[in-house]
Write a protein that binds this ligand. Structure first.
Ligand SMILES: *[C@@H]1O[C@H](CO)[C@@H](O)[C@H](O)[C@H]1NC(C)=O
Ligand SMILES: *[C@@H]1O[C@H](CO)[C@@H](O)[C@H](O)[C@H]1NC(C)=O
Ligand SMILES: CC(=O)N[C@H]1CO[C@H](CO)[C@@H](O)[C@@H]1O
Length: 488
């Protein structure tokens, strides 16, 4: 009896669980299929938008400075474990690093939220030791790094002729594309950057990262001095670029310059920018800055001469907070809402253009230029403000290309595989936090939304976020460069 009694129950139990499983499959698979269809539709629509821009300019000419390095890319957690720092109880922000304890604290500070960060290592001995440890860590990779060479590489791949300002070793120059001409000194030992990559959900000590990102350690000898600037200026005239791009200035952040040295370097850069023809667009790619005084210098020497700025979701609030007279914001939300980013962009655009209108003539007799293009790249979406009737073309195609490049770069493949992608942008977004702001639905067949406000157009495109991360470092440079190519 007992056995017989249990038997029907068990049978019933397995039937119930079978039904549950079937029901789950029945409910889940159509939903998953809908999601997949949605991704496919967004992907094909973005690809269509990317192709739409016929390039009038057969081979655009782009001059890009400054500097570059060799990136040594390792898995951040394996690396820290290997050098014996397995945890810290004390996540802390440091402007620069002097020892491994500070490295652990600083890494922990950015790792949990998954925010991009980059820090100068003051102790050169320690930096060399770290590089030696990373050299024989299994799975490490070497690649050409630095904003300028990565942007140059992307531009060359996209069909531009490039003049690259930087001092490199011959090995380094040899691996660059044949469409890149180098202007700079030849050096023996290139600067090395140690890139600690981590994936979303990686754990270190008691911390788990909320998104994939990287922490960069550098201790450059060459880059902070922009020592290629003279060769670059000389070659610039004959090169006759359609666009001039400046990046890599964050290597000056917290670098122990002698008094007055940094200002001298930046003032040389300012002369170069203000003496270039006003027809040539100038793009400045921001980066991770923590030293307030250097951002003040950028606002004085560099940004007033830029027609276009590129930055990520950390750099935007940082710049805005300084423009409004507050302190640097070291860490911001790594997954901001569209409305938040757009409001910050409108404000940066407004304040910088107000400064331009009110501004004085600089020492070189130039008043600088108004800001006509602002591109912000975030994990979930791309956003751009472009002044109407400015020189920037094809904004919609450019932002679609930027968005596709985000996936291509992070997944490490030119062909986008929808099974390795995810849409994390909401089904609709509000264009501002102001009361009564319009909501825009994300339409699969028209994923890029553009509309007019004041004297500019705003475009927003969702990113097909890569779920199998190959590399995050260099992402912003690849994305920014890809967007610019279609706008020259
Ligand atoms: C620099 O690093 C070396 C090697 O790790 C260490 O012995 C030295 O104490 C460090 N110097 C400072 C000033 O922290
Ligand atoms: C800004 O930084 C200064 C100097 O580090 C500090 O004294 C001040 O309290 C900070 N202000 C704010 C609003 O955080
Ligand atoms: C990881 C990745 O795809 N990065 C690319 C960024 O752009 C450079 C230059 O085109 C490529 O070499 C990288 O592969």
């Amino acid at each position: 009896m007992e056995g017989g009694g249990r038997f029907p129950w068990m049978k019933c139990g397995s039937v119930v669980s079978l039904v549950v499983v079937l029901l789950a499959l029945w409910f889940r698979s159509p939903q998953k299929a809908v999601l997949d269809d949605r991704l496919d539709a967004v992907l094909s629509s973005l690809l269509r938008a990317e192709k739409k821009a016929g390039r009038q300019n057969a081979r655009p000419r782009v001059a890009i400075g400054f500097g570059g390095c060799v990136d040594l890319i390792v898995d951040g957690v394996s690396f820290l474990n290997k050098i014996g720092i397995s945890h810290t109880e004390n996540p802390l922000h440091h402007d620069y690093l002097e020892n491994t304890e500070q490295l652990a604290q600083s890494f922990a500070y950015f790792f949990a939220p998954g925010a991009a960060a980059e820090r100068f290592m003051l102790n050169e001995t320690l930096f060399s030791e770290l590089v030696e440890e990373a050299r024989d860590l299994p799975g490490n990779r070497w690649s050409v790094g630095g904003n300028a060479p990565v942007m140059a590489g992307r531009m060359a791949t996209e069909g531009c002729d490039v003049l690259l300002g930087g001092s490199f070793s011959t090995d380094f120059t040899e691996v660059l594309s044949q469409h890149i001409t180098v202007a700079g000194k030849e050096i023996e030992e290139p600067d090395i950057h140690l890139i600690l990559e981590y994936s979303s959900g990686a754990s270190w000590g008691r911390y788990t990262s909320r998104r994939a990102n990287r922490y960069i350690i550098h201790s450059d000898d060459h880059n902070p001095y922009l020592d290629s600037i003279e060769d670059f200026s000389k070659k610039l005239k004959d090169f006759r670029p359609d666009l001039l791009v400046v990046g890599g200035l964050q290597m000056m952040d917290n670098f122990p310059f002698l008094s007055g040295e940094r200002e001298a370097v930046l003032s040389r850069l300012e002369n170069l920018l203000s003496s270039s023809s006003s027809q040539i667009g100038i793009h400045f790619e921001m980066a991770s800055f923590v030293d307030e005084s250097i951002v003040e210098d950028l606002l004085h020497y560099v940004i007033p001469h830029a027609d276009s700025l590129g930055m990520n979701e950390q750099e935007l609030p940082n710049l805005l907070s300084l423009l409004k007279g507050s302190n640097i914001t070291v860490l911001s939300d790594p997954n901001p809402r569209v409305a938040t980013v757009l409001d910050q962009m409108r404000e940066v655009y407004r304040i910088l253009n107000q400064r331009h209108t009110d501004g004085d003539w600089d020492s070189a007799g130039s008043r600088g230029k108004p800001l006509t293009r602002l591109h912000v790249h975030t994990l979930a979406f791309q956003a751009m403000i472009v002044t109407r009737s400015s020189q920037w073309k094809n904004t919609m195609s450019a932002i679609a290309k930027a968005s596709l490049t985000a996936n291509r770069h992070v997944c490490g493949s030119n062909d986008i595989d929808p099974s390795k992608a995810r849409l994390i942008m909401d089904d609709s977004f509000s264009v501002s936090h102001r009361k009564g702001s319009q909501r825009i639905p994300l339409q699969e067949t028209r994923p890029v939304s553009c509309w007019d406000e004041d004297d500019y157009q705003i475009c927003v495109a969702p990113v097909l976020v890569c779920t199998e991360v190959y590399q995050t470092a260099g992402g912003g440079d690849n994305i920014s460069a890809a967007g610019l190519v279609l706008q020259i």
